[in-house]
Design a protein around this ligand. Structure first.
Ligand code: GRF
Length: 202
């Protein structure tokens, strides 16, 4: 399957997807053909270029409406033959139109065990709540933020000495395992989104 990845930053999850897709032993069934960033000059773009993957910067500020920006991305993704989109630290909320067009073929990674701690600073939310276990979630994207059927979750313990920074790092390590795993499940047809928006294991 041809994969498009949307990023806004450092791209460590993108790197995990690149590494997995280039490792023949992992049988990911997925090839990244396009990386789009809404922020210029981020580390993630350099990672893609180093791996020989086509990159594109589309600045959301250049578009009047959210949906116009989304449709510009949609056009590029479609032209590139993309079949599955991975959101890897993409810090923009997607329009209903985009989510509906790509429903079932659009996945995101979130740094908490959803449905807990939705939104931004999920790691800080977990620390403030005092939970002793958190983790990460890879899920299908729906117009409601951090909703959508769950494909893979990994748990991560919270240590007594954790700061937001150490927890962010530990959760990222879990994301780097969970994201390729979820992409493989989708790309190889082992999981799909049912018409009722619930997960369907094939
Ligand atoms: C990750 O923690 C992901 O869960 C969140 O944004 C972060 C992206 O990190 N959505 P990176 O750019 O992949 O390093």
């Amino acid at each position: 399957k041809k994969i498009g990845v949307l990023i806004s930053g450092s791209g460590t999850n993108l790197q995990a997807l690149i590494d997995a897709s280039q490792d023949p032993l992992q049988h990911l069934g997925a090839e990244i053909v396009l990386v789009i960033s809404n922020v210029p000059q981020v580390e993630g773009l350099k990672r893609a270029e180093k791996a020989g993957i086509r990159t594109l910067v589309l600045r959301h500020k250049d578009y009047e409406k959210r949906v116009d920006f989304d449709m510009a991305m949609d056009k590029e993704l479609t032209l590139a033959g993309v079949e599955i989109i991975c959101l890897a630290g993409f810090m923009r909320i997607l329009s209903i139109e985009f989510c509906e067009k790509w429903r079932g073929r659009l996945i995101n990674v979130h740094p908490a065990l959803l449905p807990l701690f939705k939104g931004t600073h999920a790691q800080r939310q977990a620390l403030e709540a005092g939970v002793r276990v958190t983790g990460c979630t890879v899920h299908f994207v729906e117009p409601d933020v951090d909703a959508g059927a769950i494909i893979v979750q990994e748990t991560v313990p919270i240590e007594v000495y954790d700061t937001e920074e150490t927890l962010v790092d530990r959760i990222k390590k879990a994301e780097h395992k969970a994201f390729p795993k979820a992409l493989q499940l989708l790309a190889t047809g082992k999981v799909r989104l049912g018409s009722d928006k619930k997960i369907f294991w094939c």
